[in-house]
Design a protein around this ligand. Structure first.
Ligand code: SME
Length: 137
């Protein structure tokens, strides 16, 4: 479901904060299930503009997380065959699902310009964050 207006503002601030505070986060954004369609729609983000405003379930890292319901860490995007490139600068990506009432309703997506940059702390932070975000959807 698309987040409410007030929620979008909050999510925009979350993106800005993560982008500002964590130097290896170089594109930070949210995708949400687009109504009852089997596709993701781009929500608030900070970083370069992307062509991937709609992503069908199953396509790319984001689309795979929409169906697997599991966090996907990609240390090196060049080694992935089911990957949607947003920027030639992107070297790594992490996508963490957001659950509302047990349903996978969206995700946070982070791209990095560094190979294999994501730490256990990043993962824990993002999983905590997705749980918090779920409460305001
Ligand atoms: N790389 C993603 C597409 C979204 S962009 O990173 C913003 C993917 O493979 O699903």
């Amino acid at each position: 479901e698309s987040p409410k207006h007030n929620t979008e503002e909050k999510l925009q601030k979350v993106c800005a904060l993560l982008d500002q505070e964590i130097s290896h986060f170089n594109w930070t954004g949210f995708y949400f299930k687009n109504g009852d369609k089997n596709e993701l729609k781009l929500g608030p983000y900070v970083g370069a503009e992307t062509d991937h405003t709609i992503i069908p379930y199953g396509k790319g890292i984001c689309g795979q997380v929409a169906v697997s319901n599991e966090t996907f860490i990609v240390p090196d995007v060049h080694l992935q065959d089911n990957y949607l490139s947003c920027s030639i600068d992107t070297k790594a990506e992490i996508v963490v699902p957001i659950f509302k009432n047990g349903e996978n309703v969206g995700q946070i997506d982070i791209d990095s310009h560094t190979i294999d940059p994501f730490t256990k702390e990043d993962l824990e932070l993002l999983e905590w964050l997705c749980n918090e975000v779920s409460k305001i959807l």
